[in-house]
Design a protein around this ligand. Structure first.
Ligand SMILES: NC(=O)c1ccc[n+]([C@@H]2O[C@H](COP(=O)([O-])OP(=O)(O)OC[C@H]3O[C@@H](n4cnc5c(N)ncnc54)[C@H](O)[C@@H]3O)[C@@H](O)[C@H]2O)c1
Length: 275
């Protein structure tokens, strides 16, 4: 269903790797809602992913950019404005990666070079993206910037490892930069804190299957899917949410405010009785 919520709006979408990616689903939904955009991802991901297919489907151009490189980001922002024929209305930062997670290093045994790399990719890149947009005065007034987060920024999920710290940093950048974006450019900045979602990045987390099932049974509405996240992001890019800014917005079926659910209690009691 399309509501034409993004008709005439132009943007940049980071992080579509394959059809499971949250950014992929978001690009499809933004396209359906009439938005135009440039797709971007790390050069390495271009080779691995299927982004060409998405570009064709949505009539978009692709500009490779490593989100940790200011040079790449400068090029991305200036070329995007040329391609789109003007300033930008929306940006999705959908980027995350921890080398410690990927290589199975425990939180208590980090390789700090890897930790730094993960922080640079997952959090500082968001600052770099916004600083580049800010300096180039690349955003239209009442534009909207969204980055994707996870609740491990607030609560302990041991296997999320150093990504928990990266998400806390990401959410803080959204608030701090969001202030300047609001004051000087009338642009809003928010993070969406999404349920566990079966994507390449998500499935890299140890014990992901148990984790996603647990979250689903804990949440009164069940886990939010990638499509749910795409829809929420569309609403955040639309003019219907003009004064929502500096927020971390939960899209998680209610998980973040739960203590325990009947389902979890019952399975816990069953297990206790078996003892
Ligand atoms: N999947 C989940 O369970 C879940 C839950 C909450 C939040 N998130 C967040 O959603 C976002 C998108 O992840 P996803 O789950 O769709 O997985 P995904 O693996 O499809 O997307 C991650 C993207 O980050 C890109 N990336 C990595 N390094 C980069 C770099 N240096 N420069 C530019 N791009 C780079 C990858 O190429 C990939 O496209 C991430 O921020 C992730 O942490 C995911």
């Amino acid at each position: 269903m399309s509501y034409n919520l993004l008709k005439g709006k132009k943007g940049i979408i980071f992080g579509a790797l394959d059809a499971n990616s949250i950014a992929w689903k978001t690009a499809e939904r933004v396209h359906e809602e009439g938005g135009e955009f440039v797709l971007t991802n790390a050069p390495i991901a271009m080779r691995m992913g299927q982004i060409d297919e998405l570009a064709k489907k949505t009539g978009s151009q692709i500009i490779p950019a490593d989100a940790t490189s200011l040079e790449d980001l400068e090029k991305l922002v200036t070329e995007s404005m040329e391609i789109l024929g003007g300033k930008i209305d929306f940006v999705l930062h959908s980027i995350g990666m921890s080398v410690n997670v990927r290589k199975g290093k425990a939180y208590t045994d980090q390789n700090y070079d890897w930790t730094q790399k993960g922080t640079d990719v997952s959090a500082m890149s968001f600052h770099k993206v916004m600083q580049t947009l800010y300096k180039h005065d690349a955003m239209n007034e009442w534009g909207s910037i969204v980055a994707l987060s996870y609740m491990a920024a607030q609560r302990v999920f041991p296997d999320y490892n150093d990504m928990a710290d990266n998400k806390a940093y990401l959410e803080s950048i959204a608030r701090s930069f969001g202030y300047f974006m609001g004051r000087d450019k009338k642009v809003r900045v928010n993070t969406i804190s999404q349920s566990p979602t079966p994507t390449t990045a998500g499935q890299g987390v140890k014990g992901f299957d148990g984790f996603i099932a647990y979250a689903d049974k804990m949440s009164p509405l069940g886990n939010a899917t990638a499509l749910d996240c795409a829809n929420y992001t569309v609403s955040m890019f639309s003019d219907l949410t003009k004064r929502v800014t500096l927020q971390n917005l939960y899209n998680d079926g209610g998980f973040s405010n739960m203590g325990v659910s009947d389902y979890i209690m019952e399975s816990f009691i069953e297990n206790e009785e078996k003892k």
